[in-house]
Design a protein around this ligand. Sequence first.
Ligand SMILES: Nc1ncnc2c1ncn2[C@@H]1O[C@H](COP(=O)(O)OP(=O)(O)OP(=O)(O)O)[C@@H](O)[C@H]1O
Ligand SMILES: [Mg+2]
Length: 323
Amino acid sequence: MTRVVAELAGLDMRFGEGAGAVHALDKVDLLVHEGEVLGLVGESGSGKSTLGRCLLRLLQPTGGRVALDGDDITDWPERRLRKLRARMSMVFQDPWSALNPRMSIRRLIEEPLKLHTQLGRAARRTEAERLAERVHLAAAQLDRTPAELSGGQLQRVCIARAIATRPSLIVLDEPTSSLDLSVRAGILDLLGELRAETAVSMVFITHDLATLRLIADRVAVLYLGRVLEEGPTEAVMDRPAHPYTQALLSAHLPADPRERPKRIRLEGEIPSPLDRITGCPFQTRCPLVEKQCRIGRPPLLSAGPGQTAACVRLIDGSNRIAA
Ligand SMILES: Nc1ncnc2c1ncn2[C@@H]1O[C@H](COP(=O)(O)OP(=O)(O)OP(=O)(O)O)[C@@H](O)[C@H]1O
Ligand SMILES: [Mg+2]
């Protein structure tokens, strides 16, 4: 088994106090292995960004443990985390707001090198040029400002900054969602290249399951702050075990255009993240709900090699929704 780069154990994140508290993450366990791309998928509000931020300790979780490269960083103060920042980075959805509009592309790419390495001025310059080339930006673009570049090019700048210090972990939070369809594939190709050439691990956050098939080795499905299913991408996409994953996938067109898309219609209310959920969080919308689902928290059960799902129906194999 490959080395574990990052680990979340029983991770809890609450925003606010008392009755108005939002329980954004509810005892999440997750491992990220060296060199893998872990896809994190879920509807809006399921806790994807919060998970990414906790993983990089941009947020301090309210419970549980975060470890990076074997170090338990859960309670590290910001001063101590600063030294660690070179080992992890984040790429956001919107490259326009992620980059200082007054800086040249060259300075933007040099910035993490200046902050986190001992490289001198000349070495930084050379390194920034190498990084620009690495993300397929033309050398002439280094002397431009963000306003002169396209969204796809700006996202390449963000990726160059994210890889500048050769981190072990990069969290990409919907990195292609704000881009035109025509440039998305280029960004995914670039990430694929980086993954093939380095040992960097990536957590790729998205709403879009189809994107995950192109980039992720493993997928974790998040719903109201809980991981409901996890496993190798192909297994989860082709044989989704949790009724929620089945419903999520059925909302997408089949790979074969001659096939008629079958949609599983979900009824019922989505519980508010303010509510304390007893039992399975999907119980209010699940077509297979039974008494047991409302009682205890369903444990993650094996659903195939490397695949687990938190559904009690797995015990007797009655977890398939008839389409
Ligand atoms: N700083 C905050 N203060 C209070 N509540 C927050 C904060 N950040 C997130 N939340 C709440 O936590 C829950 C999870 O939010 P999060 O942004 O992680 O979801 P997400 O899956 O990334 O959604 P999206 O797909 O819309 O980006 C939501 O209910 C959200 O309103
Ligand atoms: Mg988000």
